[in-house]
Write a protein of this length. Structure first.
Length: 734
């Protein structure tokens, strides 16, 4: 059955295996859940901070729930519904002469998984823990950001620990008895004397399972005695550092405190959180009389909705969303049967990590930006230390590729010790001089401030962080003959390896400095303003070149050679930095650059869809976003498990580009100006609620090529709205 509700995914047959799972989560704890033909409920459990002793983000474990083990035959009838409006999976099936209703959810306010089962006939239900890290094992599939990638050293995975001697619980945990990576990286990369706590050693994560009418079968199996109602609760917890007793006591306390509140009330609070989440914003697209193809608009709406849902399921934890699968990876049929496998490994590539976060201000999901800010802000002392050690000057640069504790990938930096090198930087040329991360992060922070007007965040986080990033660029590069910064050696993303004045850094500097100078003077210090003004005077112009027919177009750099990848760095002046866009001068430079781009595509981290929106290319963007929304992993049953593309399944960049493109087709901002419907096709009706700077929300409706309703809050912001839709002169204002 296909639901016509984009907030529902309905399956009328059970799942064959882990490729046919549904995602659930509360922002910190997430599940891949499915029901087998036997009626058994199975799910993998993940957390955002379950880093093992090699710094891999691994699953916590898995659970199997069996209803009425006496009935061996498969189920007769079946319906499984994921309702993303309340982040709940409901299952109804018949088996023999029994009827089963099952509800699975992860409490939005507690790290607790809840399984509710209601049966027509009294029966027993058994929950069992399924582990695969049962003994010390060599990891055979090592990925590029794994510690021992392309090294002879073995990666030895330690077993999980099954808790014994418990009367009313079953449980397990993984306790890091060693730490492979931080100390090794520090010694090789010349930062061993930087003081920090080991991020891996004694990190402990796992779960406790409990039920009311319990019967403990063994240390991994717990039964709920015969009855018609059964409830299992699973607390999933990480503590670092911790011994087993400390972890167990905290995890047990989480369950005890939660149970002081009746489950019905917790359920209502859970649903309240999700109701508030969905009330923040939405995009609902539908066909109209101009539409030529049917079904595209539902697919777009569902894709947008489900991607935002997955962000919420995994985006409120201790660390940023992992681009290569988030918390929803499953074993790979092609590469590994290991549930912990993810292509590209545990590391954070900035260019991949950032994309979900560009959607969050417009959708009003501000709290989900905090894990990204938190990780990089907490690493700033290391960034400053490394900059001083490597270059002998102040400020901070942020490498493209880092582990969550801040060190560069071992394969990227290389294995020759720091002391033996003339060139202290990493050996890998893929991102040796790619230092756009700091400027983009500042840009996102300024977005966050503009939308929330959080002055404390500006003073305590944005301005100090920005000072270090800009100081690096000011002190690291010399002035050229024209008195402007000469950014060299340099590269333009991973694509052009030999550059002078690459577009991403030049556009980023111009955009950030101009935006800082536009801040209210009462929020900044005079010395900061003077520094920004002096730096602005030293910035070279955006690099451009001529097309074959003599037109000006944006260029990847002032000078660029050696193409190695397939990005379009020349268009970073369009997105993310919005210097060349609708309402700006010289937009034709961006249009020409877009027309002449060498690499194209509507998949993965490719940003063509977003570029089109900011350049007003309405006709082309329709084709791209529809194609993107219809392109999921062929083996996955869930319609928003994209990939693998350049990354892994589910590819978070693929869906995030789709989200940002649709948002930007509807709404773009420039200072106080709000451009409404700048790239929206007349063939699509739409109802939307989106956010804009200065705590502004816009609720609108487009019908048959006309904007028929617009509601702006606060109302005084209506004067800043510029409607660009061609047939929108008449609409209602509330």
């Amino acid at each position: 059955m296909l639901s016509n509700n984009p907030y529902e995914v309905i399956w009328n047959t059970p799942s064959e295996d882990y490729n046919e799972t549904m995602p659930l989560g509360n922002g910190e704890v997430a599940l891949n859940a499915w029901v087998e033909p036997s009626g058994d409920l199975r799910f993998y459990i993940a957390r955002t901070d379950s880093w093992d002793d090699y710094g891999r983000l691994v699953k916590v474990g898995a659970i199997r729930v069996n209803v009425d083990s006496n009935l061996k035959e498969n189920i007769d009838s079946f319906k499984q519904v994921l309702n993303v409006k309340n982040a709940t999976m409901n299952v109804h099936y018949k088996k023999g002469d029994n009827e089963v209703n099952l509800r699975l959810w992860v409490d939005a306010n507690n790290p607790i998984i809840v399984i509710e089962i209601y049966t027509q006939k009294p029966t027993s239900v058994v929950a069992s823990v399924e582990l695969w890290r049962k003994k010390q094992t060599e990891l055979l599939n090592v990925e590029v950001s794994d510690i021992f990638f392309r090294r002879p050293e073995k990666t030895i995975i330690e077993p999980d620990i099954v808790l014994t001697g418990l009367e009313d619980y079953i449980g397990w945990c993984h306790h890091n008895i060693k730490s492979i990576g931080p100390d090794l990286c520090a010694r090789i990369q010349g930062i061993a004397d930087f003081s920090r706590q080991d991020p891996l050693l004694h990190r402990t994560f796992g779960a406790l399972v409990t039920t009311e009418r319990y019967e403990k079968i063994d240390d991994l199996t717990l039964a709920s005695k015969t009855g018609r109602t059964h409830v299992f609760e699973i607390a999933v917890h990480t503590k670092h550092p911790a011994n087993l007793e400390e972890w167990f006591n905290e995890t047990r306390q989480i369950l005890k405190e939660a149970k002081l509140v009746p489950l019905v009330k917790r359920r209502k609070e859970h649903e309240k959180w999700w109701t508030n989440f969905w009330n923040r914003s939405w995009i609902h697209i539908s066909e109209n009389s101009f539409s030529k193809s049917k079904g595209d608009t539902f697919v777009l709406t569902q894709a947008y909705t489900l991607q935002r849902y997955m962000n919420a399921c995994a985006g409120r934890g201790s660390y940023p969303i992992k681009f290569n699968g988030s918390l929803f990876t499953v074993p790979s049929d092609e590469k590994s049967s290991d549930p912990d496998y993810r292509r590209w490994g545990p590391g954070y590539w900035w260019q991949n990590t950032r994309l979900p976060y560009y959607t969050m201000c417009t959708s009003g999901d501000f709290e989900m930006m905090q894990p990204l800010f938190k990780m990089y802000v907490e690493l700033m002392p290391l960034f400053k230390f490394r900059t001083k050690r490597y270059f002998g000057h102040e400020g901070a640069y942020i490498p493209e590729c880092i582990y969550f504790w801040g060190d560069v990938f071992t394969e990227t930096y290389g294995w020759q010790p720091f002391e033996e090198r003339a060139d202290k930087l990493q050996e890998s040329r893929w991102h040796k001089w790619e230092w756009i991360a700091g400027l983009e992060l500042v840009w996102l922070m300024l977005d966050y401030f503009d939308y929330t007007e959080d002055e404390k965040f500006l003073r305590e986080v944005v301005l100090p962080f920005t000072q270090e990033i800009l100081t690096f660029f000011d002190q690291h590069y010399n002035l050229g003959p024209d008195g402007k910064l000469l950014i060299y050696p340099a590269q333009a993303l991973e694509t052009w390896w030999e550059c002078i004045n690459p577009m991403p850094e030049i556009a980023g500097l111009h955009a950030v400095v101009s935006r800082l100078l536009a801040l209210p003077e009462e929020l900044v210090e005079t010395k900061q303003i003077n520094f920004w003004r002096k730096l602005k005077e030293k910035l070279p112009n955006l690099p451009v070149k001529f097309t074959k027919d003599g037109k000006i177009m944006l260029a990847p750099a002032q000078d660029f050679r050696e193409k190695h990848n397939v990005e379009n760095p020349e268009l970073y002046a369009v997105f993310p930095f919005r210097l060349i866009a609708i309402g700006k001068q010289n937009m034709e430079w961006g249009i020409e650059a877009f027309k002449n781009r060498t690499d194209k595509g509507a998949f993965g981290w490719r940003q063509d869809d977003i570029f089109m929106a900011y350049l007003g290319q309405t006709e082309q963007i329709k084709e791209y976003v529809v194609k993107r929304a219809r392109t999921k992993y062929e083996k996955s049953r869930f319609p928003a498990f994209w990939g693998p593309n350049y990354d892994w399944v589910p590819d978070q960049d693929h869906g995030s580009v789709l989200m940002k493109a649709l948002q930007s087709m509807l709404l773009q901002v420039d200072g106080k100006r709000i451009y409404l419907l700048p790239a929206w096709p007349k063939e699509w009706d739409v109802e939307f609620k989106l956010h804009a700077p200065f705590r502004t929300t816009l609720v609108g409706k487009v019908k048959d090529g006309k904007l028929v309703h617009l509601e702006v809050d606060p109302k005084e912001r209506l004067k800043d709205v510029i409607v660009l839709f061609p047939s929108s002169k008449n609409f209602n204002i509330n």
